[in-house]
Write a protein that binds this ligand. Sequence first.
Ligand code: PLP
Length: 448
Amino acid sequence: MKIASDASVQIPENDAFAALSYKNDTLCFEGIAIEKIAEEVGTPFYVYSQLAIEATYGRCAAAFASIKAGIFYAMKANHNQSVLRIFARNGAGVDIVSIGEALRAIAAGIPAERIIFSGAGKTADELAQAVDLGLYQINVESSNELELLNQIAISRGKKAPVAIRINPDVDAKTMSKTTTGKKGNKFGIDIDVALPVYKRAYSLPGINLVGVAVHIGSQLTSVEPFRLAYAKTVDFLKMLRSQGMSIPRLDLGGGLGIWYRDEQVEDFSAWADVVAEATQGLGVEISIAPGRALIAHAGILVSSVVHVKQGSDRRFLVLDAGMNDLARPSLYGAYHHIIPVDKPASGAPYAPVDIVGPVCESTDAFALARPMPELKDGDLVAFLSAGAYGASMSSAYNSRPLVPEVLIDNDRYAVVRPRPTVQSMIDAEPQAYWLDEDADASRLAEAV
Ligand SMILES: *Cc1c(COP(=O)(O)O)cnc(C)c1O
């Protein structure tokens, strides 16, 4: 099968990709040619556009300005220090899921008073550090966690600011692996049994009950599930107030989906409208925690073709990027646009190829039967929409060093996470003393 052209290998016509363009037939991000970075840094690498991050954040902030919602970027989507610093400078707080993330955020200039701690399994040690750091809010997900946090806060003579995450039992209509707000998910407390937990929290001396939190899933392409979840959440908040609990905050989580392929998606304004409608006249401080929608399109993963391989019935493009570098396709069957860095000539023929990585796992495939123009060994390709859950999810499986990250600002760029050397990976693993023959030899020498 050969076709004349295919939309999946073009830069999508969408504002979110405005920083990407072909200039002189080569792919550029802002003012920098991708092949120039590839020459210096080697492939694979992630590259982010500061312009794209700021433009997207600006759209989000503008959409939520009239309801004065606090934006807490869900930094698990991308926790690079420079990326965090851009969000910090633009006034964002962060939503974190581990104390490691808190320390990263603080190091990047985000103060503790702008950090919300979410997560289904915070340890006692993490809760203690959260109290010590003075985080803005801790989102509690179970009765046991509430009791533990109360004890920890009392032992430090403090009151922990707490929102309790409810599970509203709403189907986010996203893929099952990213649904979190349906009965049977591990997240939050079922809305119909949450009242006693709130009452208990209200009475505990170590707890300052400040809010109701909800987060129903990720990559929601429609805002309708938000509408349903928020209506239930607001009803619940009103009920708490009718019981005499003055709850000043509402944390509405994240989950707004983005365009990866050809999804019909809704934008920040549509989401903000739903929030405004649900919370009208409520007199409550609102926070939101988008991750993906703020950063996905601002990043790409660049990789080289290692081999073009003709199998008996299919053709493979073997790349130097693998599932350890970008896990989403193998983890969720997720789709990423993959475009050549050298612009294909107009009218060039396209043929289906399986685009795979070098990792020793059959699931290490990025796309099957994807129409691509003719590529040869050494050619560069770019995975679009790779800024979220890309580098932050990567691993060193197969002793493949973590992929470097590069940030572009207009016509300058900087490596904001270098590729580790394999030697540094080896050095990070001290030998068990009884296996260390060099040490044995020196002990023997000492003994003689
Ligand atoms: C992951 C997560 C988010 C962000 O989700 P996105 O789909 O990236 O917007 C927000 N809140 C909580 C509690 C999360 O776990």
